[in-house]
Design a protein. Sequence first.
Length: 632
Amino acid sequence: MKQGCRRMKRCILSFALVIVIVMGAMPQFALTVQAYEISESGSCGENATYSVSGSTLTISGSGAIADKAFYEDDLSGIESIVIGKDITEIGERAFAFLPNKQNSAVSVSFERGSQLSKIGKDAFYYCGILKEITIPESVTYIGEAAFGGCSILETVNIPEGITSIEKDTFYGCFLLKSVELPDSITAIGKSAFYGCYELNEITIPENVTSIEDDAFLECTEVKDVYCYADIESISWNLSSALGYAFGTDEVGSINAVIHIHEGADVDFQNDTRFSLWLNYGGSFEDDLDTEIVSYTVTFKVVNGSWDDGTKEDKTVTLNGTTADTFYLSADDIPAAGAKPDDGYKAGGWDVTPDTISAVIEDRTYTYTCIKKEKAVISKAPEAKALICNGQAQELVTAGETEDGTIQYALGVDDTTEPEATAYTATIPKGTDAKTYYVWYKVSGDDDHIDTEAEKIIVTIQEVTATPTTEVEATSTTVPSATPSKEPSGKVTPLATPTSVVKPSATATVTPTTKSAPTITPTKEPTPIVTPEQTVKKPNTPTLKSVKNKKTKKITIKWKKVKGVKGYQVQYALDKDFTETVKTKSLSKTSLTVKKLKKTKTYYVRVRSYVKDSNNKKVYSKWSKAKKVKIKK
């Protein structure tokens, strides 16, 4: 009776597959699953949210993805699903019954440092778009039928913390080509790999003590079964255990070899647990070598330190036998990139170490930090032509760079550079009429090194008054003949000078006598000073939008203010505009900023300006700031 039921079950699975293929190709019989379009963002758990950007669905937040969070949703156009590191659980049927309308193929991955511990029952049940998933090492439980019916799933890993492959876990994964079972597995449940037609080899780890019937039913392409466990100690459900586990009930239907430990003393022919396997065409070979092996994995860092502050090589030693499969754990791989040497920035691995590739030999991984480029000044500061007016005035024009922040400092002369702590992003000012020494340099951003300091010599001139007319003098007494005696002193003219007198001029009248009387002005002239015009502050512009539409770029737009000469835009990494502040001056009402840092949030503000009679900029108040996160 048992044999007949098993034959019927196999026929039903095969028939169902044929029906799906044939009817799916006929429009009038196309299989329909109720599907719901997904919005661009929303909630998918008590503390979990999702967002769609291009072809990527990203899940953020913390805690569990709710049961049926994306159940029957239409994810057409999605090519990858990225699950955040603080998500701890995928709920039951969270991604179940996702239809494949456009021959989609989706890969599921998890952020580094993932805290996921549980994948619930039926979590991806009949998820028609799932092709590949990399399960984090932190997972310790995968529920029944978690990946059942994932008809295009090709690759999947099982983390070391999993101890049991539950019932129907990979049932009907027709295209699953390979699966590595870790040494932590102790039990393989009923129909766990039922219908995995593309599997060509199976490894039973050494700690397995229980295999239920139909565990590998209809795995028709299996040629080799490597049993590292003690085959006689495995608990089977049925007396003809091995044969039923691999789902055979026809003579000649098995074309596979089961490999056991070298020298194992097993009576295959007479032990009913294994005889059915032999009777239906299977065979045994005791050829598994159990030699002791040890592999060393070395990690090196160049031009920097590990994130823990050390520079020394780190090593991991993996010990076991040739029957074991070795993997690195997440804790084995050192974190790098946060502490490059001076003049260097985060780089990358020569080959990225992971937790899913088997270690089969000694191996070295090297992380190399990259040398920063030198910052470039796109527009150098220039000295201003200044006249002393009793007020503090900026000494130079603002410089420009896209590679960091231009900083300034006042020096004591043109040869002694100020201390590093004297530099700030504020342009120095001067009040007194004298010579100033303004030093400047670029403080490089994360990708650039600082420039060498340069200097500008600036002089604030004294005010100079210039009279507008010459001196004239008139005398009513002019000798007409040679006097009988020499004049005895100054001659005072009867007439008063009638014009404004230059302060530097002295008028003289020459009589016909030998004496030349001198005329002295009676009043000191007053210099003529042109008063400075007062210019009203312009109106503050309004920011219209700040958007991240292209990779590492933002586009800023604001409303035009009438009667102004131009605008000044500031952007920074904090709302108080004290961290990595950059300033741009321009005359149009939009600006595109490049080379921004991905995942960072920037704050942006704008103000307008006019110029007074001395060509000095008079600024409006800053606009209300807007913020934007760089997602692209």
